[in-house]
Structures are given as C-alpha cells and as structure tokens.
Design a protein around this ligand. Structure first.
Ligand code: PSV
Ligand code: MN
Ligand code: MN
Length: 406
C-alpha cells in the first residue's frame, strides 16, 4: 500500500471530520491479551488433534505468544490457566515472560476438569468439594500475586442437567459464599472478572448463565468484582453491544474474551464470522470513552481485551496473529465513526441517517491506515506474511507431537 493510498484516506477522512493522526495514536494504545491455551493442542468433544510443534510447557507457550507480539505489537501479555500452566516457580515464569517483552496477564482458575467437580465445584452440595474449589481460587489469587497479574478471570462450568438435580437457590448462596472468601484475599489493585455462559457443559441450568447474574454477584462482592463478556457465551441473536453499553454505564465491564461463534461456544477466530458485531462493540466503547462522567471513562480505560480461542484444525500461532489483527482492524474502523454525525441524526429523528453514520465507518478500507501505524511503530506492514517467512514455524517442529493440550 503506497503513501498515496494513505494520503487519499487522510483527505477523505478530514473531509468528514476525522483526524487520522489522532486515530493513529489511539490505535497504538490497543493491547490484546492472548491465552496460553490457544497455543496448545485442542479439539472438540469428539477428538483432540495432536499437532507437531505444539509447546510442551508453559514456558514454550509464552515463547509462542511472544511471536504474536513481535510481529504485531498488539499482544504484550498472556493469560494463564491453572493447573494447565502449573509450574513450580511462578517468579521464573514471570521472568521468562519479561525476558521476551511480555507480561503474565489474567490468571484463570480451572474448576471443571476433576472428577469431583462433576456435580459442581463452588456450588457442589458436598461441603468438602466446595472447600477444595474455594482453596483453588485462593491458590490462584496467590499465583496472581507472584506473576504480577491484576486480574483473575472466573468461569464456572457449574450447573445441572435435569430439573430437580440441584437446589438452584442453595447453589447461588454457595457461589456467593465461596467468591466472597476469594474477594477478601485480593490485594486492593486486583480484580475478579466474572464470566457467564448460557449453557455447556450443563444443559438444564447453569449457575452463572447470563450477564445479569454475573453483574448481580459482582455488585454483592464489591468494586473489585466486574463482569467478563465472552462473545461466544450468549444465546442466538443476543445483542452483545447492548450488554456492553449497559455494563459500561454501570461501571462494571471488566473485560472481554473475544472469539467467533456461529452456533454455540465455538471458540473460532475472532472477526471471522461476524466482524460487524466486533465493530459495534467498539462503537459502544469509544462512545463511552468520550462520556462526561469520569467514572465511565475510567471503566472503559480499564477494560481487559483478551482472546479466548482454541485452535484445533488451524495452525496455532498464525491463528492468533489473525485474531489480534482482526480485532485491530475492527477497532480501526470504529475509530472512523463520527459521533457528532450520529448524534445530529439522532436529534433529527433521522433513523436512516444515524444508521448510515455508523455503518459507513465500517465500510472504509483501513489497510493504508494500519500500514501507516505499523510503519511508525517499526513493525512489518504484513505481520502474518513476516511470521510465515520467518523460520520460527519450522524450527518449533523439532518439539515433535504430543505437546500441551488445552
Ligand atoms: C469456557 O467456555 C471458557 O470460555 C472459559 O473462559 C474458560 O476458562 C475457557 O473457555 C477455556 O476453557
Ligand atoms: Mn471464556
Ligand atoms: Mn468459552
């Protein structure tokens, strides 16, 4: 893409009141966390595919994540999942990440893979199992202190498959009891991000099934508890950008798990099936970032953007590169929305004009803009090509098959 293409875009945007210099500065602030589990082997409930070159240890997962940051400048932190990423010395894991220019991001407790949790973890009717689950949460708070992580992301597979299987209200109380104990262990700067999911693995009821349940729990716990929106965790047709706007307005949007879905919690590469949804999410965030209320602006500036994907048929590092680049593209497009134009149309009750003011930003080709930003940051203009041309993908084949899974 030539300088000429950028100049044309700049002129075009100037004419509609958008200053590309300011847009470029905002683009440079975008940070997207990638998940350690996205570099490991994964699959479906039918099969986990074993690929060659997959990291064998948490240390190697971080090395792979460093590649994504190296070529994009977008992904300076990695989320870890415990016990998938259990190590003897978390200080060592942290130093390893730092030596590669990365930070350890959110710590994700895992309360869904042990036999004892079949009927629930923090909501299990058996007190001993609830104690064990709460102890794991406390262990994760401790790990987060060692890794220097601010956030602990909480997702519970807890739920039931049949009416009558569990006492829904007792389970609700047990959940709150356990999370309250965890909350008390947090340092003042730390946050609990509470994820929800409409179904799966439980198919009748899930203890935290939607954003309202997570929000209610967060409100009861205190200001360090916020809601995590995983874009794959809603029923068909849910308006995620509405949920986003609502949570920001309540100052309780803690972060995202980005991924794409078509039918269920598909964990596909973000931006591949519904890029417009991603764009509209950023529209709400950017609109709120201009709010007069400082608390709302503050909530927006602390949103943790994280990917939550598992790559089973695709190559893992390129899949992660594609993901963060897709997020960057939609963020860039949303930065081209002229909010005054939208407001003017709203004030005139001009329904089509307002819709047009939003949609047309999505329709611009932002490639020259992204190239200009990458050039200014000393990054390759085409990060995917640069990675594929490097020897890294071939070198890691020496790891062989049988690496870490999920
Ligand atoms: C559950 O579906 C989820 O979205 C949670 O965030 C987990 O931690 C993650 O996927 C990995 O299984
Ligand atoms: Mn998730
Ligand atoms: Mn999920």
């Amino acid at each position: 893409m030539s300088d000429r293409a950028y100049q044309l875009l700049e002129e075009q945007q100037k004419a509609r009141g958008i200053n590309l210099d300011a847009v470029k500065e905002q683009l440079k602030t975008l940070k997207i966390e990638t998940p350690s589990w996205g570099y490991g082997d994964s699959g479906t409930r039918f099969k986990v595919y074993q690929k060659e070159g997959v990291p064998r240890t948490p240390f190697e997962k971080i090395e792979d994540a460093a590649q994504v940051h190296r070529y994009t400048g977008l992904a300076p932190s990695v989320a870890i999942h415990i016990p998938w990423d259990k190590v003897d010395d978390y200080g060592k894991l942290r130093s390893h990440a730092e030596s590669l220019g990365l930070k350890i991001g959110a710590v994700n407790p895992n309360l869904f893979q042990e036999d004892e949790y079949m009927l629930g973890s923090v909501t299990n009717a058996n007190e001993k199992i609830r104690r064990k689950a709460t102890d794991h949460l406390l262990e994760c708070v401790q790990i987060a202190k060692e890794t220097g992580s601010r956030d602990i992301s909480l997702w519970f597979a807890d739920g039931t498959n049949y009416p009558g299987q569990g006492d829904i209200r007792k389970r609700k109380a047990w959940m709150q009891e356990s999370l309250s104990e965890m909350y008390r262990a947090l340092d003042p700067h730390m946050r609990m991000l509470i994820e929800y999911k409409c179904f799966e693995p439980a198919f009748y009821h899930t203890d935290l099934a939607d954003w309202g349940m997570s929000y209610n729990l967060a409100m009861k716990l205190g200001p360090q508890a916020e809601v995590l929106v995983d874009t794959g965790h809603h029923l068909q047709g849910a308006n995620i950008e509405h949920i986003v706007a609502y949570l920001i307005d309540e100052k309780r949007l803690g972060g995202f798990h980005f991924n794409s879905r078509k039918y269920a919690d598909d964990d596909l590469i973000v931006g591949t099936t519904n890029p417009y949804e991603l764009f509209l999410i950023f529209y709400q965030i950017l609109l709120a970032s201009k709010d007069n209320d400082e608390a709302i602006r503050n909530n927006v500036s602390n949103i943790a953007y994280m990917i939550d994907q598992s790559h089973s048929i695709e190559q893992k590092i390129p899949a992660m590169l594609r993901s963060v680049l897709n997020v960057q593209t939609q963020f860039a497009k949303a930065l081209l929305i002229n909010h005054d134009e939208v407001t003017d149309a709203q004030n005139r009750d001009d329904v089509l004009g307002a819709e047009d003011a939003v949609r047309k930003a999505f329709e611009f080709d932002v490639t020259p803009l992204l190239h200009a930003v990458r050039q200014e940051q000393g990054l390759p203009l085409d990060p995917m090509r640069a990675y594929l041309d490097s020897s890294y993908g071939k070198d890691i084949l020496a790891r062989g098959k049988g690496g870490a899974s999920w």
